[in-house]
Design a protein around this ligand. Structure first.
Ligand SMILES: O=C[C@H](O)[C@H](O)[C@H](O)COP(=O)(O)O
Length: 224
């Protein structure tokens, strides 16, 4: 199986997982990116049974609406039962790097609200130590240079993501060359820099379940 087939397999498995738990008031959190897009396609197969979703990006909202699936403002959602999303990297503690597509902040908000966070990824995303994938940080535009200097003090190489404006009107700085041995501490340190909206480490709120697509089949890892 190639990478896209592995993504399809995990997306299908996650859709099945959601379908088995549906009830008539269930609100599903839907992530962003190529793996999440495949999940959206599988949701389309039982769209009439879905009460509502919340979307982690404008692009995801557009795709869901195009399928006729209700997209709700998160503020109107009393709770989010299951949030399904991809990742750029994952470790065995189900801590993640996300935001390769720039959607990290809304993703983090939905992950915070969700009762269960199911991450779906092909096996290439699994690493021993996070940080080979550049860590995205969403930044208020006027703070760009200051935040960059503070990132250097933490030992990273900040690279401005040219041409990327997030759904929230901010910019992205990608941190290169960081061996993230303590993801929880780094997540907090970065969030304490004035001008940072949030960063793409999901360590304080890791996934609860990781469905991984490998050449030997699907592996499901849980947080406990
Ligand atoms: O901002 C994008 C999201 O965090 C994605 O979930 C992440 O980049 C993984 O995307 P993909 O499924 O395309 O590898």
């Amino acid at each position: 199986m190639d990478q896209n087939e592995l993504k399809k397999a995990v997306a299908r498995a996650a859709a099945q997982y959601v379908k088995e738990r549906l009830d008539d008031r269930m609100i599903i959190g839907v992530g962003t990116g190529s793996t999440a897009n495949l999940f959206i396609e599988y949701l389309g197969e039982f769209r009439d049974d879905i009460y509502a979703t919340v979307a982690s990006s404008e692009e995801t909202a557009r795709r869901l609406k195009a399928l006729g699936i209700e997209v709700m403002d998160l503020n109107a959602a009393p709770e989010v039962s299951i949030y399904v999303d991809g990742a750029d990297e994952a470790n065995k503690y189900l801590q993640l790097i996300k935001g390769g597509g720039g959607a990290l902040t809304r993703e983090k908000i939905i992950a915070a609200v969700a009762r269960e966070f199911v991450c779906i990824a092909d096996g290439s995303k699994m690493v021993d130590v996070l940080g080979t994938f550049p860590l995205p940080v969403e930044v208020i535009p006027m703070a760009r240079s200051y935040v960059g200097r503070e990132i250097v003090k933490l030992g990273g190489d900040p690279v401005y993501r040219d041409g990327c404006i997030t759904d929230n009107g901010n910019i992205i700085i990608d941190i290169h060359n960081m061996n993230i041995v303590d993801p929880r501490t780094l997540e907090q340190q970065l969030n304490q820099i004035t001008g940072v909206v949030t960063n793409g480490l999901f360590a304080l709120r890791p996934a609860d379940k990781l469905i991984l697509g490998t050449k030997d089949g699907l592996r499901t890892l849980t947080a406990d």
